[in-house]
Design a protein around this ligand. Structure first.
Ligand code: SF4
Length: 457
């Protein structure tokens, strides 16, 4: 009973978050920046913030995460961090020689009011940025938004690197949103199978799920290159997967370089993956190959085989808006009932979209943007569920209420492997179903009396 003080009675709260369903903006910016090849993320603030952001990513991805910091002390906190930033740019290019420094702010530097574009300009004027090297920046104050906002802001800064060459490249930009490195790999595999040339950004595959080779590389082989990011201005279109994580970057490319964009849901589950494949097919003018149809058919087969176990099972979900929208649609499509859904990220559009997806489900749905895990727990106490899908923080609720838990989202701190196995696309759908059914049937086995403890389920 670790959360024994959570009461069943729900009291309206406006100015208090308990057990947040989100983390701070710079973590998202740092994760996105790691998806650029040869990039060193830089935290403009105190060392403590940077240490926390790096460790949060390392604990989830189980990989070392390099990042530098402006190392604010009392002086910078009072007079501003320009001098620290200029010194940092000089040091980083001299010592580590990255292709790109991706700077994000923190609560402290935002509160002081440091102007990153102006500092960057000063660094350029003073010759601190070597030729062929780049400094990009995103404003990521953690007292607004969430890690999702920080991710989106950094991806938008990447889109701002686009430079038209005057000649179209025949490619489609795909912005995958905050998904696992294995999901990014899977999106590339699917686009290759459909026969579409793409520029995927950011791309953390090969960076945060790379091999153990025995040789240390400051900058791993993966990541979207600077040349590719520049070339996004020459692409024939952009597919942004997720309104919260990816749409701003896609719209910037549309506005600045007339690269038309479509905003789709993240391809979790059957319907969202269908829409992604269909969009690829339409934009590139190709037909869907048999191998892709085969994978789709396997997912449909697995859904029909397992349907009896999913039917009308109640689910509680916590996570990020883009993932939750697609996952809710997937669960409804297999006749499960997502009845409690929270995200820590603000945005009323989220609640509207969830209500649309669940409107024909036939039961009441609790949904809250800018909610927290305390509220989710209270909802569960009032209406128990058969399954909880949440990041590692959900394990406290799962233990107290004795609910099967599927770890899903960010961060997962107490299990491994999520960075290697995709959950997007048709193949990813198979993995999600396997995980969900596994915990439901483990529970059935555990609770069955001897006379109904079956060998074959
Ligand atoms: S001070 Fe702000 S940026 Fe730094 S760790 Fe805390 S919430 Fe994040």
């Amino acid at each position: 009973m670790l959360l024994r003080h959570t009461p069943k009675e729900i009291t309206e709260r406006k100015a208090l978050t308990i057990n947040p369903a989100k983390t701070c903006q710079p973590i998202g910016a740092m994760y996105a920046a790691l998806g650029i090849h040869g990039c060193l993320p830089h935290s403009h603030g105190s060392q403590g913030c940077c240490a926390y952001h790096r460790s949060a990513l390392t604990r989830h991805y189980k990989e070392p995460v390099s990042a530098s910091t402006s190392s604010f002390t009392e002086g910078a906190s009072v007079f501003g961090g320009q001098a620290n930033m200029l010194q940092a740019i000089n040091n980083i290019f001299s010592v580590y020689n990255p292709d790109v420094i991706a700077i994000h702010t923190t609560c402290l530097s935002e509160t002081i009011g440091d102007d990153l574009p102006q500092i960057k300009k000063k660094a350029e004027t003073e010759g601190k940025i070597p030729k062929g090297k780049y400094v990009i920046s995103a404003s990521t104050p953690s007292y607004s938004g969430s890690h999702v906002t920080g991710f989106s802001n950094m991806v938008t800064a990447m889109a701002d690197m686009a430079e038209p060459s005057g000649k179209k490249n025949g490619k489609i930009n795909v912005i995958p949103g905050w998904v696992e490195p294995a999901d990014m790999e899977e999106i590339k595999r699917l686009t290759n199978m459909v026969g579409v040339k793409t520029i995927l950004f950011p791309d953390t595959s090969g960076v945060l799920n790379g091999p153990l080779s025995g040789e240390y590389k400051m900058f791993p082989d993966g990541g979207t290159t600077v040349a590719e990011l520049k070339s996004t201005a020459d692409s024939i279109g952009t597919l942004a997967l997720g309104e919260w994580c990816s749409a701003d970057a896609a719209r910037l490319l549309d506005k600045k370089h007339k690269v038309p964009c479509s905003v789709l849901d993240m391809p979790f589950g059957l319907k969202a993956t269908d829409r992604f494949i269909d969009a690829l097919r339409t934009v590139a003018g190709v037909t869907v190959p048999d191998e892709v149809s085969m994978e789709r058919g396997q997912l449909v087969d697995m859904i029909s085989d397992m349907h009896q176990y999913f039917y009308k099972k109640k689910v509680a979900l916590a996570g990020d808006p883009d993932q939750l929208i697609a996952m809710t649609e997937f669960l409804v499509s297999i006749d499960m009932c997502p009845v409690h859904i929270v995200t820590g990220t603000p945005g009323k559009k989220f609640e509207k979209r969830i209500k649309e997806i669940t409107k024909d489900m036939g039961c009441k749905v609790n949904v809250k943007a800018k909610g927290d895990l305390f509220l989710l727990h209270q909802w569960i106490k009032n209406e128990p569920v058969d399954l909880l899908m949440c990041n590692t923080y959900g394990k406290y609720i799962a233990r107290d209420e004795d609910i099967p838990l599927v770890r899903w989202g960010f961060p997962i701190l107490d299990r491994q492997g999520h960075q290697y196995f995709p959950t997007v696309g048709y193949k990813g759908g198979l993995r999600l179903l396997e995980k969900i059914l596994g915990v439901l049937l483990d529970r059935k086995d555990r609770d069955s009396p001897e006379e109904t403890f079956e060998l074959v389920l």
